[in-house]
Design a binder for this molecule. Structure first.
Ligand code: PMP
Ligand code: GLN
Length: 381
């Protein structure tokens, strides 16, 4: 066929959300919060609209927002990104990632991708003529085999995409992983594209090790972030990309023709909201409670799992309960147990069958308890 993306259909998130609706199932599939953002944030966006902040924002984003991000990142990760030349506001992390990939990848370039991988990376690489080179990890993986990563690097390797905390495994990289990455990236002159959208959702006392905090990485990294996850505003599609000035200049050449700029009233509201750290420092505890509530509630079902280390996803194995493939099991649980999930095979480039489902626990406690009860009843009846 003539398609530029012959292997791409409708995303699994759209498909499972549709199926959930069809069966009126509880949607623990697509990752988005069931709860609203705070009234304070809503007031801020209403204020920015009623005070006339309704025309195009500057191409790179409004300066107060870029300054607020710069200050926050300096305080958290000890690197100063200059608002003028190193920070760009994007239409969600999705646009940041796409633009960063487009700025880096030429036809024939190889890009290292850890899979399971968020579904937007590979199409973005392929549309730019790049070749994804996969490091395949178990959906319950414990650590990266850096010898394997080393073995996949060739003279054509241009970039590497990383994601911590990780969707869908919930895995969190430690300082040692970042050090390994820094060594490899320096040695082979790789561009790093770092997806850190879950930076503020991290559990059991772990801390997020940002590429921003490691100078050898920061100088070659497009760091992609999102406000959607942090402030319960996935529908606002607001994110950002930080990178050294020369990389940002290339990034903006593409950003300005992809979207030009991002919704103005949202930018003003977020700039104001970011002034108070308590608006994001409480998020990990909030989600850790939900993770624990859900995990305790499904403990008796027969699912096997290791508690998620970060993000708002919990992977569970059903290997003790069924031999069927994950897509079939996810569909069956949606239709018959009334609980939708994402089959983890959809995060892989090849046909795999780990018998693992991803549940999103960014839901109200009663929703999580109801879902667990329905799963339990389905399994044991
Ligand atoms: N990366 C990962 C790992 C994600 O889970 C998501 C959101 N599902 C995104 C990027 C996209 O973020 P945004 O909604 O800000 O475009
Ligand atoms: N990032 C969300 C998830 O992983 C979904 C985003 C989307 O629907 N594209 O579930």
């Amino acid at each position: 066929s003539d398609s530029k993306l012959p292997n791409v259909g409708t995303t699994i998130f759209t498909r499972m959300s549709r199926l959930a609706e069809e069966h009126q199932a509880i949607n623990l599939a697509q990752g988005f919060p069931e709860f609203d953002c705070t009234p304070e944030l809503k007031r801020m966006v209403e204020n920015s609209m009623s005070s006339g902040k309704n025309q195009y924002a500057p191409m790179a984003g409004i300066m107060p927002l870029r300054e607020a991000i710069s200050e926050k990142v300096l305080k958290s990760y000890y690197r100063q990104y200059h608002p003028e030349t190193e920070i760009t506001i994007t239409s969600g992390a999705t646009e940041a990632l796409y633009t960063a990939i487009t700025a880096s990848v030429r036809p024939g370039d190889e890009v290292i991708v850890f899979e399971p991988a968020y579904d937007s990376y590979v199409p973005a690489i392929e549309l730019n003529g790049g070749i994804p080179v996969f490091i395949t990890l178990d959906p319950q993986y414990q650590s990266v085999d850096w010898n394997e990563v080393r073995s996949k690097i060739t003279s054509k390797t241009k970039a590497i995409i990383i994601n911590t905390p990780h969707n869908p495994t919930g895995n969190v990289w430690m300082q040692a992983d970042m050090q390994q990455l820094a060594l490899l990236a320096e040695k082979h002159d790789l561009t790093v594209i770092s997806d850190e959208v879950y930076e503020h959702i991290i559990f059991d006392g772990r801390i997020h090790i940002s590429t921003a905090s490691i100078p050898a990485l920061a100088e070659r990294t497009f760091l992609c972030g999102s406000f959607g996850k942090t402030f319960h505003i996935t529908g606002w599609k607001t994110g950002y990309c930080m990178a050294p000035a020369a990389m940002t200049a290339e990034f903006r050449k593409i950003h300005q023709y992809l979207v030009f700029s991002v919704a103005t009233p949202f930018q003003y509201a977020i700039a104001e909201y970011l002034q108070k750290p308590e608006h994001y420092t409480a998020l990990s505890a909030f989600y850790q409670n939900k993770r624990d509530l859900f995990n305790e509630a499904i403990a008796g079902t027969g699912f096997i799992f290791r508690p998620s280390q970060g993000s708002f996803f919990q992977n569970v194995s059903y290997q003790n309960l069924s031999d069927d493939k994950d897509v079939a099991v996810a569909e069956r649980l949606t239709a018959e147990a009334g609980v939708a999930s994402i089959p983890v095979s959809s995060f892989y480039s090849k046909d795999v069958d780990y018998k693992v489902l991803r549940f999103c626990f960014a839901k109200n406690d009663d929703t999580l308890l109801r879902a667990a009860e329905q799963l339990y009843r389905f399994v044991w009846n």
